[in-house]
Design a protein around this ligand. Structure first.
Ligand code: S3P
Length: 171
């Protein structure tokens, strides 16, 4: 099995889809933000506040190199900015979870832990800025992706099934 790399904007549901893929396949899932948090023994928010975004991006680069070298047969969900890693194609099949900005925000807000979900993401603190970032990134996500899944109005389970079907062609 080749690695699958899930990319997409903050809050689009990468984690939820990853959990469903794990339920319906042999894949084990890891998450680049979780790796970074354990490397630093700090939350992402604290890394941004105490060390700055550039430092965080350097950690992402280190993780990307490690993934390429050492990780196989794995579903890798990534932070929203991880798609910029130059070696991403070498890490695995890249799957972009796509949804309009407003649908993403609606999805986060209806979650029981909405306040926490918004608070833990420094780049979602200002929704106007976040929308700009979304508009800037969306064409780039599309460009680097091997597979695009429109997740709007679909359950995580539906998305996971669609993903596994589409990924078969790349195996
Ligand atoms: C970021 C997305 C976050 C996290 C960090 C930066 C981004 O991950 O990596 O706050 O640049 O879009 P999620 O996409 O899991 O929220």
């Amino acid at each position: 099995m080749k690695n699958i790399v899930l990319i997409g904007f903050m809050g689009v549901g990468k984690g939820s889809v990853a959990r469903e893929v794990v339920k319906h396949s042999e894949y084990i899932a890891i998450d680049t933000d979780d790796l970074i948090e354990s490397m630093e023994n700090k939350k992402i928010k604290e890394i941004f506040e105490e060390n700055g975004e550039n430092y965080f991006r350097k950690l992402e680069k280190r993780v990307a190199k490690w993934l390429e070298k050492s990780v196989h047969d794995t579903l890798i969900s990534t932070g929203g900015g991880f798609y910029k890693q130059e070696n991403l194609q070498k890490v695995g099949i890249i799957v972009f979870l796509d949804s309009p900005f407003d649908a993403i925000i609606k999805r986060i807000k209806k979650h029981p832990n909405a306040a926490r979900k918004l608070k833990k993401r420094p780049l979602l603190a200002n929704l106007k800025e976040a929308k700009k970032l979304y508009e800037q990134r969306r064409p780039q996500y599309q460009q680097v992706a091997n597979i695009v899944i429109n997740v709007t109005e679909k359950s995580a389970q539906e998305c996971a099934k669609e993903l596994l079907k589409k990924v078969k062609k790349y195996a």
